[in-house]
Design a protein around this ligand. Structure first.
Ligand code: BDR
Ligand code: CA
Length: 312
């Protein structure tokens, strides 16, 4: 039986690739809905971009919802300087046929978790929607089997401030609620995503597949390449968000360690920092499985194999 999932995202090129990877994997993942949130770009664009990806993947049957327009308690931040004005620069923007559902994403999450059991939540943006759902109706947590998130950093430091990774900085209060919700949380932070580099050779492998999803993926990763390779001086840009889906499909690609992860929500200097107690030097409860190694070649083999399916 495929695992029931809700993907909560802010596309974002890497969110888009996470959606493709999930849509390519119906044997393992039953996508109950895609919920969108303000993050990399404002909500009006993230919901449109998610629907575009469903069109490109030939999945106009997917249910896409728009959620929170702003973080729980802070002013919104965006990241056009990385993702481009559209959030998905690298593909040509069009008005998608995949409809936007009328229901608010938070209502959809609450309703779904009231009526389903064993649902896995995959947040690849600021965790505002899931946190708002938990705050509104804490009993829904009984239906959450697993949460696998992209966010945070330990050894890598921050990518949006010296201390903080973008998704956690964008809504640290939401991240704190999700990490501390009492359900199993696996976190893919920059410590692993910065190893999953979209080198020219890897992007070329994807482009050679030639199908619509492959061309869109290659286009978006090439756009990412320009900015991030300059910033990090690496051979390719990190591919963050698909690590969540890859972990669900092939957990052996990653090593994780159960420990406490606490989010800084007060300090002006370090707000959004994830304090990862990797060596268990405190007695704080172990709330997160923190990913700390990844087999990057294995990850790209998986991605290529799954993107190839869209040509069938
Ligand atoms: C995260 O922030 C966004 O820019 C990406 O989509 C990813 O979710 C990486 O820090
Ligand atoms: Ca994202």
């Amino acid at each position: 039986m495929p695992r029931k999932v809700i993907i909560d995202c802010d596309p974002g090129q890497d969110d888009a690739v996470a959606l493709f990877l999930a849509m390519a994997s119906p044997g393992e993942l039953d996508i109950l809905g895609v919920t969108t949130v303000a993050g990399n770009v404002p909500l009006a664009l993230t919901q449109r971009n998610a629907r575009m990806m469903c069109d490109i993947a030939g999945r106009r049957d997917m249910r896409v919802f728009a959620g929170c327009e702003r973080p729980l308690r802070r002013d919104p931040i965006t990241a056009e300087y990385i993702h481009g004005a559209t959030g998905i620069d690298g593909v040509d923007v069009f008005e998608p046929e995949t409809p936007l559902q009328e229901q608010h994403a938070v209502d959809f999450i609450v309703d779904t978790l009231r009526n389903e059991v064993s649902v896995t939540l995959i947040p690849t943006g600021p965790m505002t929607n899931f946190a708002a759902a938990i705050e509104r109706e804490p009993s829904i947590l009984e239906s959450v089997e697993q949460i696998v998130s992209m966010g945070g950093a330990m050894r890598e430091g921050g990518n949006r401030s010296p201390s903080a990774e973008f998704n956690i900085l964008a809504d640290p209060h939401a991240a704190e609620i999700v990490y501390d919700c009492g359900r199993p949380v696996t976190a893919m932070g920059l410590d692993v995503t910065h190893r999953v580099l979209s080198t020219r050779e890897r992007v070329a492998r994807i482009r050679e597949l030639g199908n619509d999803v492959a061309m869109a993926t290659a286009g978006m990763l090439s756009f990412f390449h320009r900015y991030d390779t300059k910033k990090y001086g690496s051979e390719g840009a990190p591919l963050h968000d698909p690590c969540t889906v890859a972990w669900l499909l092939e957990p052996g690609l990653f090593e994780t360690r159960r420990c406490n992860v606490s989010v800084e929500t007060e300090s002006e200097l370090t707000i959004g920092h994830t304090a990862v107690d990797f060596w268990h030097v405190t007695d704080r409860p172990h709330n997160v499985d923190w990913a700390y190694t990844v087999d990057a070649d294995g990850f790209y083999d998986l991605l290529v194999e799954r993107v190839a399916r869209f040509g069938d």
